[in-house]
Ligand binder design. Structure first.
Ligand code: IPE
Ligand code: IPE
Ligand code: MG
Length: 249
């Protein structure tokens, strides 16, 4: 078993993406309203950002609200929007102080104005920061993102900015919301479900997937290390055979 301080040849992931699931069940187990689970979940977000900053994970992407989550009861949706706005208020100074760039992916047009305003200010304030990128996927859906990229490519072809023969994976990626992010190395899903739920469908092509039963509000530094240790124990082959990878290293 690896430990956080052991000398490992396998590198840490550069980009970790997390599907933060299980807030509702965390609350239900305690006979609390679901929103209390989301409130506790915000504390785990703080811990995860701190973990990445301390350990040199340069990109952290958090799935906070999917396009499908708009279908939840109105009271939960509005509670989540308020929490999000409070989270930005309470954390943005610390984020900025730590030289972290705040970033958003998703259909932000649909968000209420008070959330959009907070987001815009947070993006502007932290835009020059270099140490780490914290991306929040908000009103995000992987399929919608791919459709929107395809439409942008279509527009670029029509206007002559892009030639058909120049389209390849790298060029197509540049039309996605995640244009300035590398693909995730590690995806963590908490809460016990073994599915992707429309997250980063294009970008996860060769990401290592890690699923844990730990509910998001309980996901602490130790749980994060377990995911990292599992990641470091894997061999990423990208379609090649083991020997080709070993001879390279
Ligand atoms: C994840 O927790 C947070 C969001 C989707 C906003 P859930 O709210 O899905 O929690 P469970 O899955 O019901 O426990
Ligand atoms: C995925 O969780 C979305 C987020 C964590 C933001 P859900 O709880 O919405 O996913 P499903 O419905 O169980 O697939
Ligand atoms: Mg859920």
């Amino acid at each position: 078993m690896l430990s956080p301080n052991s000398d490992q040849s396998n590198a840490l992931p550069t980009h970790v993406a997390i599907i933060m699931d299980g807030n509702g069940r965390w609350a239900k187990k305690r006979f609390m309203p679901r929103l209390e689970g989301h409130r506790q979940g915000a504390k785990s977000v703080r811990r995860a950002v701190e973990f990445c900053r301390k350990n040199g994970v340069k990109f952290l992407t958090l799935y906070a609200f999917s396009t499908e989550n708009w279908q939840r009861p109105e009271s939960e949706v509005s509670g989540l929007m308020k929490l999000l706005s409070q989270f930005i208020d309470s954390e943005i100074d610390e984020i900025h102080k730590n030289d972290i760039r705040f970033n958003i992916v998703g259909e932000t047009k649909q968000l209420p104005a008070f959330v959009k305003n907070k987001i815009e200010r947070a993006l502007a304030k932290t835009s020059e920061n270099q140490t780490m990128v914290l991306t929040v996927a908000l009103s995000y859906g992987g399929r919608q993102e791919i459709i929107s990229a395809a439409l942008k490519v279509h527009q670029a072809l029509l206007s002559g900015c892009l030639k058909k023969e120049d389209i390849n994976e790298r060029v197509f990626s540049s039309y996605l919301n995640t244009v300035d992010l590398p693909d995730p190395d590690l995806l963590i899903r908490t809460g016990g479900e073994i599915r992707i739920s429309n997250f980063l469908l294009w970008q996860l092509a060769y990401t290592e997937l890690y699923f844990t039963d730990v509910l998001w509000p309980d996901f602490d530094e130790n749980s994060f290390w377990q995911a990292i240790e599992e990641f470091r124990s894997r061999q990423r082959r990208y379609g090649k055979i083991s020997e080709q990878i070993q001879s390279k290293s």
